[in-house]
Design a protein around this ligand. Structure first.
Ligand code: PBG
Ligand code: ZN
Length: 334
C-alpha cells in the first residue's frame, strides 16, 4: 500500500464521533467550555494592621501585603474596580492577651477597616474572619485551660467578635475557628443584637493543613506550642466533612466553605452534590506560595498554572473562590 493510499484510508474511517471537532479553534473551545471563571466569584483577602500608610510585603507571599486601615480601604476600592465583589479581612492587633480581647475591640484594625471600606467602596461586600488566633498571646484559636482549648468559653468570645464586626459594618462574618456550635451561637448573638441580615460564611470543613504556613507569617498567628489538630479536621476524612457541613447548615450557615482547595477537590465535589448550598473554597496561602515560588524559579507558567487551579476549584463545584490571586485573575479575565 502506498503512503497516499493509507492517508486516504485514515480520512475515510467514517468516524461518527470525533471529539476533536470541538477543540479545533479558540472560538469552538470557548463555545463548549463547561467551567468559566468570573471576577465576581472571587474574594480578595486583606491583612490589616494599625498605623498609617503601611504597606509591608509578606516575604513568603509575594504580592500580598500587611496594610494599615487607610491602605486597606484603597486596596479594597481598587479590587472593586477590577470587578471583585468581596474582601475578607484579617487583623493584626497591636496587643495580644490570653483572652484575645483585641478580637472584639471596636477600634481594632478589622473593625476600623470595615468602616473605612464601607466609606471608600460602599457597594463592596466586607467579609470578616472570626477567630481568636490572631489575637491571643499564645496563638491558639481559643481560650486555654492548661494546654487545652476550651470549646464553649471560646464560642462566647467568637459570638462577641462576630457582633462587633457586624456593628462595624461587616456584611458576612466568617468563623474559621472550628469550635463546635459556634455557627448557632453566632447566629443567635447577631439576631439578638439586631443583625438578622448579617450572613454567616462558615469555614465548615477546614482541615489541619501544612498549607497555612505562609498565612501564619502574614497574620502573625502561629501557635506558640502544639498544633491545631484538636479542632481542625484530619486530611484523611471526607465523611466527617459532610457531617461538619450538615451541622453548620442546621445551625444557620448561609455559605459553607471547604479549605484548602486544590488538595480537597473531592471534598468540594461531595459537599456540592450532597447539599447544593452556596459553597466557597479557600485557595490558601501555601497553595499561592507554591505557585509563586515555582514561577519565580522559571519552573512553571504562573498565569496558566493559576488559571488551571482556579478552574479546577470551580469545576469541582465551588461557587465562590477565596484567593490571593483574586485581583490578578480578575484583571486577566476582564
Ligand atoms: C485563622 C485562619 C487561618 C487561615 C484562615 N483563617 C489560619 C489557621 O487556621 O491557622 C488560613 C488561610 C491561609 O492559609 O491562606 N484560624
Ligand atoms: Zn484560628
Amino acid at each position: 500500500m502506498t503512503s497516499t493510499a493509507s492517508a486516504e484510508r485514515i480520512r475515510n474511517l467514517g468516524l461518527t464521533h470525533r471529539p476533536r471537532r470541538l477543540r479545533r479553534s479558540p472560538a469552538m473551545r470557548d463555545l463548549v467550555r463547561e467551567t468559566r471563571l468570573a471576577p465576581e466569584t472571587f474574594v480578595h483577602p486583606l491583612f490589616v494592621c494599625s498605623g498609617d500608610g503601611v504597606r509591608r510585603e509578606v516575604p513568603s507571599m509575594p504580592g500580598v501585603f500587611q496594610l494599615s486601615v487607610d491602605e486597606a480601604a484603597n486596596e479594597a476600592a481598587a479590587a472593586g474596580q477590577d470587578g471583585i465583589k468581596a474582601v475578607l479581612l484579617f487583623g493584626l492587633p497591636e496587643d495580644k492577651d490570653d483572652a484575645g480581647s483585641a478580637a472584639y475591640d471596636p477600634d481594632a484594625p478589622v473593625q476600623a477597616a470595615a468602616r473605612a471600606i464601607k466609606r471608600a467602596a460602599p457597594g463592596l461586600l466586607v467579609v470578616t474572619d472570626v477567630c481568636l488566633c490572631e489575637y491571643t498571646a499564645h496563638g491558639h484559636c481559643g481560650i486555654l485551660e492548661g494546654e487545652e482549648i476550651v470549646n464553649d468559653a471560646t464560642v462566647e468570645l467568637l459570638a462577641r467578635t462576630a457582633v462587633s464586626h457586624a456593628e462595624a459594618g461587616a456584611d458576612i462574618v466568617a468563623p474559621s475557628d472550628m469550635m463546635d456550635g459556634r455557627v448557632g451561637a453566632i447566629r443567635e448573638a447577631l439576631d439578638a443584637a439586631g443583625f438578622g441580615d448579617t450572613a454567616i460564611m462558615s469555614y465548615a470543613a477546614k482541615y489541619c493543613s501544612a498549607y497555612y504556613g505562609p498565612f501564619r507569617d502574614a497574620a502573625d498567628s502561629a501557635p506558640a506550642f502544639g498544633d491545631r489538630r484538636t479542632h481542625q479536621m484530619d486530611p484523611a476524612n471526607v465523611e466527617e466533612a459532610l457531617r461538619e457541613v450538615a451541622l453548620d447548615l442546621e445551625e444557620g450557615a448561609d455559605i459553607v466553605m471547604v479549605k484548602p482547595a486544590v488538595h480537597y477537590l473531592d471534598v468540594i465535589s461531595r459537599v456540592k452534590q450532597e447539599f447544593n448550598a452556596p459553597l466557597a473554597a479557600y485557595h490558601v496561602s501555601g497553595e499561592y506560595a507554591m505557585l509563586k515560588a515555582a514561577a519565580r524559579n522559571g519552573w512553571i507558567d504562573e498565569q496558566r498554572a493559576m488559571l488551571e487551579c482556579l478552574t479546577a476549584i470551580r469545576r469541582a463545584g465551588a461557587d465562590i473562590i477565596i484567593t490571593y490571586y483574586a485581583r490578578e485573575a480578575a484583571r486577566l479575565l476582564g
